[in-house]
Design a protein around this ligand. Structure first.
Ligand SMILES: C[S@@+](CC[C@H](N)C(=O)[O-])C[C@H]1O[C@@H](n2cnc3c(N)ncnc32)[C@H](O)[C@@H]1O
Length: 365
């Protein structure tokens, strides 16, 4: 065991642990009668260590390496693809950082937009640290999601962020591409795999259910990601936004009167029908309570002063995506209308509402 540990660069304790939990068991015997690793055991150990290095949890790894449909070559191919993806992402970031360093040497000021582009699709690498302070589980929305999950025992949480809405009484595996978000998951939370929705590194039907909360609009290809969820799980539950309805901008005073640029973010966004078709399910409206605990974009619909707070805005990607000019204009204009009483006059009807229909939907399949 000592020799194998040395070659693999892990401790003997780790190998003992893998043995104890049945992940990699030495199945051969030495002439002196000690347990030893066979060629097959070593192959399995290599797969386990490869997935471990990519951030997979031990439960997820056990399912992967026990899958009879995946042979050694298929594992090597998958590991290769995932490592290449990681390498490409790191290379793109190095190039972008080099560019910014060059610009700084030349005294060229980079705009906040340019700085965010450094991280490309990983917007959350840039805004992630503001996230945990304002984004948390809203119990009334959680109740809807958990009810839809039914009696599912194993659950995949895609675009998991810091782990809001993950049921504590089930076996959860999280998927999250942003290293910043993964690093902010609280100690003891579910194991988290570094991967994207569009290419889930799991065999067909490996989970009882897959869930995705407030994340689909960040995926480069939402329909492909939803199909992947459908492929790996027997049940799918998605909390998302219906952008297809005409007048979606009109539903919420913030986008109607202050931030029309929100419409630009919806270009190319799939319709509700496309999304439900991708998972083969149905959509149910989710009304947002006036005192919603999760600080997503619409959460403060009856508490307009909240949008004047920078920390509230920084926890929501919409504000970063519309750019600093639109953000500043919207906030200034809202501040003026709140102090002049114009906001109250225009939105008089809202004060009596306990919950509002703002286009949020639960997709269930
Ligand atoms: C608004 S957060 C939601 C996080 C969490 N589900 C919650 O409800 O708090 C969106 C998350 O989607 C992740 N994300 C972005 N692109 C993704 C992709 N292609 N696949 C899976 N997740 C992605 C982001 O890194 C971010 O953590």
């Amino acid at each position: 065991m000592g020799r194998v540990a040395e070659l693999a660069g892990v401790s003997v304790r780790t190998l003992h642990h893998y043995d104890e939990i049945g992940l990699v068991r030495p199945s051969a015997r030495t002439s002196a009668g000690y347990w030893a690793y066979s060629a097959g055991d070593v192959e399995r150990l290599r797969e386990v260590l490869g997935y471990r290095r990519l951030g997979f949890g031990l439960h997820a790894i056990a399912e992967l390496v026990d899958d009879p449909a995946t042979d050694a070559v298929a594992h090597l191919r998958r590991l290769r693809g995932l490592l290449q993806e990681q390498r490409d992402r790191a290379a793109a970031m190095v190039t972008a950082i080099d560019k910014e360093l060059e610009a700084r040497v030349l005294g060229i000021k980079t705009t906040p937009e340019d700085q965010l582009k450094v991280f490309g699709a990983q917007l959350y690498e840039a805004i992630g640290s503001a996230y945990p302070a304002k984004r948390r589980t809203e119990p009334r929305i959680a109740a809807r999601i958990w009810e839809a999950l039914g009696d599912a025992r194993t659950i995949l949480n895609v675009g998991a962020g810091t782990g809001s809405y993950e049921p504590l009484d089930r076996e959860v595996t999280a998927v999250e591409p942003s290293a910043v978000m993964r690093a902010q998951r609280p100690a003891g939370s579910a194991p988290c795999v570094a991967a994207s929705a569009e290419c889930l590194p799991f065999a067909d039907q490996s989970f009882d259910a897959a869930m995705a909360v407030s994340t689909v609009h960040h995926w480069p290809d939402p329909v492909a990601g939803l199909r992947e969820m459908r492929r790996v799980a027997r049940r799918v539950v998605v909390f998302t936004y219906d952008a297809g309805t005409t007048g979606s901008l009109q539903r919420f005073w913030l986008t109607r009167d202050y931030l029309p640029e929100f419409a630009d973010l919806l270009v190319g966004w799939p319709s509700l029908a496309d999304m439900t078709r991708a998972i083969g399910g149905r959509a149910e409206p989710v009304l947002i309570p006036w005192d919603c605990a999760d600080g997503f974009f619409e959460a403060h619909w009856r508490r307009p002063e909240a949008y004047l707070e920078k920390s509230v805005r920084r926890a929501v990607s919409v504000w970063t995506r519309v750019g600093p000019q639109a953000e500043q204009r919207a906030v200034d204009s809202l501040r003026d209308d709140l102090s002049s009483g114009r906001w109250a006059e225009r939105n008089r009807d809202l004060i009596a509402l306990a919950a509002a229909e703002l286009g949020l939907r639960l997709l269930v399949a």
